[in-house]
Design a protein around this ligand. Structure first.
Ligand code: ZN
Ligand code: ZN
Length: 603
């Protein structure tokens, strides 16, 4: 965190440090401390100190250790060895610089060990020590260390000392998942700069509370004069991407332009990703084309964007284009391009790429790459080949890999293979909800009711539940969330009337709700107790219809895969109610228009 680096104590030239600590300035002048982080220069200074006996002066040696520790993470062992040779007790400043060094180089355990050692040596921490130690504890898996630090700083009277400490506390609570505590501390904080706001916004994002992150950003704009910086914008733009909130995302983009913020490569990539995830592949593409600098990451974002929109050929084109201008694809790019093949049924291209990966791109195939190929073969109905691949690969298949095959077994109604696959999955993950449901459905289809009972009891005993389906829809810059069977929305009554209307229209068009799938309804969809007609995306689209006029667009983001019944309903909505409906499900985008879907039933 950059506020740590800019803390006055660390920036202070040596003269200030020394005069603050009442030392003779003459001694100082005899040593030139370079601000350079060059290790050679630092070693020269070290040699000078040894030659002139300056090594015994605690202030000079302290400054040297601080300079080494903060120069580069790789110099920390050197700083540590100088530190261990100091004969007198190092002062707080010296301890701080080492703790800071470890906290910043992702070695939080060492930073905390040093903090404890400092206390054991009877050296008192000051207001600079706590932000460094809190930063370290924020990256530890166990929040206990940070909590005890909080206690310690309260005892020493530092809690309300300054905004560095307060921001560090907010950051700590936000990063260990206690964003509500972070929020309380934030409210108490008298001075809030952009770092304080960022800590809270990032906390909400880490807890996947994207709507709250955007809400905090709005409050920051409306009630304080603090302008967002790049960190803020990266956070809120990614929140829009998760929510599929195009209107808000566009506003964020305009905010960046209006405030003439420098669009770094990271920020530009986040914007491209946001437009991709909001279904605006053309805007994403033109933004991507306009970028002055493009690294492998943004190429991968664009390729995977084309993939989830079912534009496989275009994705492949981009994949070859990036190579033609000398950018080498990495493992992520290859996952993107393989998933493009799978979403567009480009079976041969995908298989060829897998074969050539190691030779042409020096990328070792990972379980994700194999997952794309299993998916690719599975969608194309080549189940035996997919199974052969899983059995042949040099890696240990995981649940997700088997899961890709299970989906294919469901789609192609291969009950026998599905049964074997589900059992493999339960070996690896005895709590897997999808595999349980699949098995119980398989046994039901064989009319083996005892086995059905057995599977259901095991689910009950282990308290296995499928994740609830939920859908988001953005209207007028506000994101509304619906859970399957939900009746908590203020407009719930109207929504349920609209669902009745759907049933009436479908009956009229003799379009019965699809029921054949129910038997094989696995993984993707919601609990069977929740009626098919109340799936979350149906509630969301009904709400969208109530609130908009014909000709508008409705954008829905669903956490699971859309089921066949909802898919056919969306087609009907797009034709009968004259709305374009864009659904992003867990796997891809579906653009519904005039009764057709862009996926061409291939999903
Ligand atoms: Zn559904
Ligand atoms: Zn579709």
């Amino acid at each position: 965190m950059h506020y740590h680096c800019s803390s006055p104590e660390m920036r202070a030239p040596l003269s200030t440090v020394i005069s603050r600590q009442n030392s003779s300035s003459k001694l100082l002048q005899s040593f030139s401390f370079s601000t350079s982080s060059n290790i050679k220069t630092l070693k020269q200074t070290h040699a000078n100190l040894i030659r002139t006996q300056g090594i015994h002066n605690p202030l000079l040696i302290g400054k040297l250790i601080a300079d080494i520790a903060t120069s580069h993470p790789s110099n920390l062992p050197y700083a540590r060895s100088v530190f261990s040779q100091v004969q007198t007790q190092p002062n707080t400043f010296t301890w701080n610089s080492l703790i800071r060094g470890y906290a910043h180089c992702q070695n939080p355990t060492e930073a905390i060990a040093l903090f404890r050692l400092m206390l054991c040596n009877g050296v008192s921490p000051n207001n600079y020590t706590y932000p460094f130690a809190l930063k370290a504890s924020a990256s530890l898996p166990d929040p206990c260390v940070g909590l005890s630090l909080h206690g310690s700083l309260i005892r020493r009277g530092f809690e309300d000392f300054d905004e560095y400490i307060q921001t560090s506390l907010i950051n700590f609570y936000a990063s260990c998942g206690s964003v509500d505590v972070a929020c309380k501390l934030f409210d108490k904080c008298p001075v809030r700069d952009v770092t304080t706001w960022n800590a809270l916004i990032k906390g909400y994002i880490e807890c996947e509370r994207y709507n709250d992150a955007i809400r905090v950003f709005r409050v920051m704009q409306d009630r304080s004069k603090v302008k967002g910086d790049e960190i803020t914008m990266l956070a809120v733009v990614s929140a829009c991407a998760h929510l599929g909130a195009l209107e808000v995302g566009r506003w964020m983009h305009a905010y960046i332009d209006r405030n003439r913020m420098r669009t770094s490569l990271n920020l530009a990539t986040a914007l491209v990703n946001m437009y991709v995830k909001c279904g605006e592949i053309e805007i994403a593409s033109s933004l991507f084309r306009g970028m002055k600098e493009r690294d492998v990451r943004v190429w991968s974002v664009m390729i995977s964007g084309l993939a989830i929109h079912g534009l496989g050929k275009e994705a492949l084109g981009l994949f070859y284009e990036m190579q033609s201008i000398g950018i080498n694809p990495d493992s992520v790019t290859l996952t993107a391009v393989l998933s493009a093949c799978s979403h567009s049924g480009l079976v041969n291209e995908g298989l060829k790429l897998l074969d050539r990966m190691q030779i042409d791109y020096l990328v070792e195939p990972t379980i994700e790459h194999y997952g794309c190929i299993v998916d690719l073969l599975g969608r194309a109905g080549r189940l035996k080949e997919a199974l052969g691949l899983i059995q042949r690969i040099p890696l240990k298949p995981d649940v997700a890999l088997w899961g890709a095959l299970l989906v294919a077994c469901r789609v192609h109604k291969d009950v026998d293979m599905g049964e074997k696959v589900a059992k493999e999955m339960l070996e690896l993950d005895p709590h897997h909800a999808g595999a349980h449901v699949f098995l119980s459905n398989v046994y039901a289809s064989y009319k083996k009711w005892e086995l059905v009972e057995e599977v259901r009891n095991s689910m009950k005993d282990q308290k296995i539940r499928k994740p609830p389906g939920s859908s988001l829809i953005e209207l007028d810059g506000v994101v509304h969330e619906f859970v399957s069977g939900d009746s908590s929305h203020p407009d719930s009554q109207k929504i349920y009337l609209m669902l009745d209307e759907f049933r009436r229209i479908r009956r009229m068009k003799e379009h019965q709700p699809f029921s054949g799938q129910m038997l094989f309804d696995i993984e993707e969809e919601e609990d069977k107790e929740v009626c098919l007609s109340q799936h979350s995306e149906k509630l969301a689209v009904a709400f969208g219809l109530i609130k908009t006029k014909p000709g508008s667009q409705l954008r829905i983001v669903k956490n699971l895969r859309i089921c066949e019944d909802c898919h056919s309903l969306m087609k009907m909505v797009s034709e009968f109610f004259k709305r374009d409906v864009i659904v992003r499900d867990r796997s891809r985008f579906h653009h519904f228009r005039n009764g057709d879907c862009s996926c061409k039933e291939y999903w």
